[in-house]
Design a protein around this ligand. Sequence first.
Ligand SMILES: *[C@@H]1O[C@H](CO)[C@@H](O)[C@H](O)[C@H]1NC(C)=O
Ligand SMILES: *[C@@H]1O[C@H](CO)[C@@H](O)[C@H](O)[C@H]1NC(C)=O
Ligand SMILES: *[C@@H]1O[C@H](CO)[C@@H](O)[C@H](O)[C@H]1NC(C)=O
Ligand SMILES: *[C@@H]1O[C@H](CO)[C@@H](O)[C@H](O)[C@H]1NC(C)=O
Ligand SMILES: *[C@@H]1O[C@H](CO)[C@@H](O)[C@H](O)[C@H]1NC(C)=O
Ligand SMILES: *[C@@H]1O[C@H](CO)[C@@H](O)[C@H](O)[C@H]1NC(C)=O
Length: 455
Amino acid sequence: MAVSLVLIGLLALEAVASVTIRKTDRGPTGYEVDFRYVNPTAKRVLIGGGIQPFTDQFHTSGTSFRANGRYHPRDYQPGDFYVSNPSPQLPAEPAYIWPYEMNLTDAGKGEWTYTAPLPSGIYSFAYLVNCNYAPNCSIDTGQLVIDPDLPPFMNVPGDQVASSFQVPFNPAFQASPELNTNFDYALDAPKPWRGTVKTVNYTSPGSIHPAPDVHDFSIYLPAEYGAVAGKKYPLLYLSHGAGGNGADWENLGRMSHIMDNLIRLGHIAPTVVVTPSFYNLLPGSEKFIYGNKSQSIPVPPAYLVRENFVDYLFPHVESTFEVCSNASCRAFAGLSMGGVLTYEMYVNATAMFDYYGIFSPATNAPYVTREDVARRPELGKKGIMVAWGLYDFVFNQARDLLTAFDGAGVGYVNRVTPFGSHYWNTWQDELWWFGQLVLWKGVTGRETGRAKVPR
Ligand SMILES: *[C@@H]1O[C@H](CO)[C@@H](O)[C@H](O)[C@H]1NC(C)=O
Ligand SMILES: *[C@@H]1O[C@H](CO)[C@@H](O)[C@H](O)[C@H]1NC(C)=O
Ligand SMILES: *[C@@H]1O[C@H](CO)[C@@H](O)[C@H](O)[C@H]1NC(C)=O
Ligand SMILES: *[C@@H]1O[C@H](CO)[C@@H](O)[C@H](O)[C@H]1NC(C)=O
Ligand SMILES: *[C@@H]1O[C@H](CO)[C@@H](O)[C@H](O)[C@H]1NC(C)=O
Ligand SMILES: *[C@@H]1O[C@H](CO)[C@@H](O)[C@H](O)[C@H]1NC(C)=O
């Protein structure tokens, strides 16, 4: 997905929306973002869908969102970062400036605008129209409107409910002695390094979305793909979490840019990435449509997802794309409930993958034991990263998993994202470090990382 730095959206007069990222060379961040949305009948427009409040390392509670310092970006200072709030509720929290209220700047045209200084990072957003209580405003009620001129990366409409853009780092205003909050590794790589990303439908008997017996995934093909006759590429499966789907990693996390940059900087060989979806797979399951108040649909049990992927997804990918077919060049990773799925793959599809990225895992005991590893020594010969955010609500669960690995004598690399809650800036950081420290680096069964940390 090509996103212009200077202007996103259409320049044409008919454009009904746009997002412009401007380098200002003045504080607080050195960049400003202008939102513009035309809707002559709206009475009120808010920007929702993922722009989070900011906080800092000295005013962030690891246990309570309510206790966090929550700053408007106008009050940004170097070292601030955003933390997710799990349930933005308006107008219940008047002191808390989220979602952002747009100005009706031209009543005749129905033009709504909003300008905010934002620091480096990816932001997702949607317009909330005549909406006073964000959780109740959906696409179906017409109160959640995706920017028509910046459509999200997705397969079918309804699969994503927010567009996204990325603001660059400006060291003059954002460099902090305490914390590196430079997310430029998720910006567009120079053209020759840009891979492609697309959605794919495949036959999966019993699937209920996007069509009966059809399921889907997204795939990243590195720039080099197809240029070297007969070459097979290492393959990373990368899962979303609860309430998401296979388009999330690209739409909300800019997976393709992170991969382009990992490859460009020589951290990994060109790699194919498949981001599957774990909902809507199983016969008789309840349909999950993003943002359609269906977030409460239960996450399917990981072992059933694994069995289904083994039967339909993995064979489809291997027979359709130029990917390698042995464990040493296959990896599975995933965030949150996708981390649970990754752990399940580690235990139950051990022979398929040599590398596992267990990101912000919502895992629970029982975990592998020393006896398990004695019985199945391969469990101790994998390249594993376990990562989570310092302010992540799965902190205890992730730490318990590490404690179990310690007890079982299983080696791993551990990254605690120092600005991280349970959100995309954390998961981007986890993927970035997984690529730098673990992916395709060899499986000694011990920590592989430290010597490889770039200095
Ligand atoms: C909203 O409009 C007011 C008055 O023109 C202006 O001062 C303010 O900066 C605008 N706010 C945003 C966030 O654009
Ligand atoms: C939100 O929706 C629920 C259920 O549809 C309803 O009970 C509740 O009153 C709504 N809340 C607001 C603030 O509109
Ligand atoms: C969302 O659910 C409603 C009813 O529950 C349905 O009418 C609508 O078509 C669904 N939207 C999508 C995008 O599937
Ligand atoms: C996948 O199938 C759905 C439903 O038939 C269709 O709307 C969509 O365009 C298809 N996507 C691709 C990439 O073929
Ligand atoms: C695994 O596949 C890669 C790429 O196809 C190949 O280079 C390597 O030799 C294979 N390893 C084994 C053990 O088969
Ligand atoms: C492994 O698979 C079995 C069923 O085949 C399941 O009961 C078990 O929970 C799975 N293990 C993990 C760690 O998910």
